[in-house]
Design a protein around this ligand. Structure first.
Ligand code: CP
Length: 304
């Protein structure tokens, strides 16, 4: 399969996504065993914003496939702090690496990097815009844990600034999921995302009522209200802690329903929920590894 850059989930067809999920399944079968698909290859991870899972899972995936990683997680230690442009940084890094993973606060930055670079570029999150590799691992998790993608799925929390929610809503529409968008007032899914989904005839419900929605759901996809994205801190204070999944919230949940979260969480899922059979967010973290192994192998032409 031809796959060079991964910038937006909108760039991927349904058949490409299905293929990526299939290759991820093959990678999962490898488990922790090392392979040599990317022997001698170098991955650059350029993180201009904080990350735990995305950066470490890409670096682990690279190591598992016989390659190695270079990069930074603190842009203040790089020549960006001397005023170097993103374009010049990318032109430099492409001389050292076979592929680039970038996280940057500015929307469109990953696309800009891909336009400049001759090596594949993977978007690890550009501002509030997109986080396509998170979406692919979310799809993989839903499929592995429920058996299908055509489910009743709620996206809960900060749907305005949440890039994982934007990417996932689009992808789930392609697969015929029924979606409920549950957010506090002011953090609703942006109108342009909803308009975009209309072309799939997706069944969408928008509500502020978490408790009332729970009984019909197969998947609760919970997101953090992201303090760092609010232009006005007072606006954050108004909505923080608006939704919390607790044992009580789950009393009316379907027996087989699952809870996902891209993580990190703050207080939107109570710690006691972790021990319930609904909690799958750490399994979701685990699935990030085979999915990112598949993506690295595909963009560097080691897998097809
Ligand atoms: N889900 C996610 O992107 O996590 P990190 O911010 O820790 O990479």
């Amino acid at each position: 399969m031809e796959l060079h850059d991964i910038i937006s989930i909108r760039d991927l067809s349904k058949s490409k996504i299905n293929h990526i999920l299939k290759v991820s399944e093959d990678m999962e079968k490898h488990g922790a065993r090392k392979n040599k698909y990317l022997d001698g290859k170098i991955l650059a991870t350029l993180f201009f914003e904080p990350s735990t899972r995305t950066r470490l899972s890409f670096e682990t995936a690279m190591g598992r496939m016989g390659g190695s990683s270079i990069g930074f997680s603190e842009s203040g230690t790089t020549s960006t702090s001397k005023g170097e442009s993103l374009k010049d940084t990318i032109r430099t890094v492409e001389s050292y690496a076979d592929a680039i993973v970038i996280r940057h606060p500015q929307e469109g930055s990953a696309r800009l990097a891909a336009n400049v670079a001759s090596v594949p570029v993977i978007n690890a999150g550009d501002g509030s815009n997109q986080h396509p590799t998170q979406t692919l691992l979310d799809l993989y998790t839903i499929k592995r844990e429920t058996g299908a993608l055509k489910k009743n799925i709620a996206l809960i929390g900060d749907l305005k600034y949440g890039r994982t929610a934007h990417s996932l809503a689009y992808a789930l529409s392609m697969f015929g999921a029924k979606m409920t968008f549950i957010s506090p007032k002011g953090l609703e899914m942006p109108e342009e995302v909803i308009t975009d989904l209309a072309k799939f005839n997706t069944k969408i419900e928008e509500t502020n009522d978490l408790e009332g929605s729970i009984p019909g759901l197969d998947v609760l996809y919970v997101t953090r209200i992201q303090k760092e994205r609010f232009p006005d801190p007072e606006e954050y204070e108004k909505v923080k802690g608006a939704y919390k999944i607790t044992l009580k919230t789950l009393e009316s949940a379907k027996k087989n329903s699952i809870i996902l979260h891209p993580l990190p969480r703050v207080d939107e899922i109570a710690p006691e929920v972790d021990a319930t059979k609904h909690a799958r967010y750490f399994k979701q973290v685990h699935y990030g590894l085979p999915v990112r192994m598949a993506l690295l192998g595909l963009v560097m032409g080691a897998l097809d």
